[in-house]
Design a protein around this ligand. Sequence first.
Ligand SMILES: Nc1nc2c(ncn2[C@@H]2O[C@H](COP(=O)(O)OP(=O)(O)OP(=O)(O)O)[C@@H](O)[C@H]2O)c(=O)[nH]1
Ligand SMILES: [Mg+2]
Length: 295
Amino acid sequence: MSQIQNSNQYQIQWFPGHMAKTLRMMEEEIRNVDACLVLLDARIPLSSLNPEIEKIAAHKPRLYILNKADLADPAVTAAWVRYFHAAEAGCVAISAKQKGGTAAVKTAIDAELTELFAKRERRGMAGAKTALMLCGIPNVGKSTFINTFAGSARAKAADRPGVTRGKQWVTAGKYDLLDMPGVLWKKFDSPKIASNLAFIGSIKDDILDGEELAMNLLDEVRAHYPAKVAERYALTPETLALPPYELMEAIAKKRGMLIRGGEADTARAAVMLLDEFRASKWGRISLEVPPEREA
Ligand SMILES: Nc1nc2c(ncn2[C@@H]2O[C@H](COP(=O)(O)OP(=O)(O)OP(=O)(O)O)[C@@H](O)[C@H]2O)c(=O)[nH]1
Ligand SMILES: [Mg+2]
């Protein structure tokens, strides 16, 4: 047998070539904007914080937007906002699909840019437009945010990662918004970050093992929100306590998802579980809580 092996053959390719291109494009465009709106997923604020974006935006004012707050546990989201504020970072939690968040974001952006506005005032350029770059991982809601902010569907948005393929400027009142494709980074610090990103749908599902993903998601969520999982799938305490794969089999059977011979169709159940979690059918769930601050 050959000793030669391609060490990369089992590595998940979540960093395709177009993402490297996006990072280069962001490095170019950062010079043309006044600030960055860094969109994070409210269910996993730290796992969705891209260190490459942090590097590129390091010298710009930026506002962290915890998006999809409607899907996250409200108490945990409030704790995250406090966490960012304690680090003196501008942060608001919103749902980009709803109009209500726009005003909060405008106020917070203007707070980040008071220096710039004062400078413009002194130079008699108070009417100049403010250019903002939308940054974030795939599927976090950048294009949706722009559409709500602008009040009309200007940027293409859809329920899968990798929808936006190139940059796009959208004008909304005194703001110019730059939509960007979503981008991940090459090497995650922990497998936890990778699975969190996969759970929420920021890594393309077709490169992942759906059954393993759904099983791990079930295991993770039942540890923190057992009642929500039990309620959604009408599980007894005994069933809820089964090992993860058996739990998935039990749920498949309950839903009548069977293959020939009466066995559980776990492949179908996995798709259903991920879909239902992502559509918040399990309820409002956060997958990450703020780290303890050092005393
Ligand atoms: N529940 C909920 N769904 C949202 C929210 N914001 C966006 N979405 C949904 O998330 C999906 C992705 O939204 P997009 O705006 O396309 O995300 P994007 O960041 O532009 O994605 P890429 O262009 O692929 O990087 C869509 O199905 C949106 O409807 C939100 O605040 N709450
Ligand atoms: Mg987009």
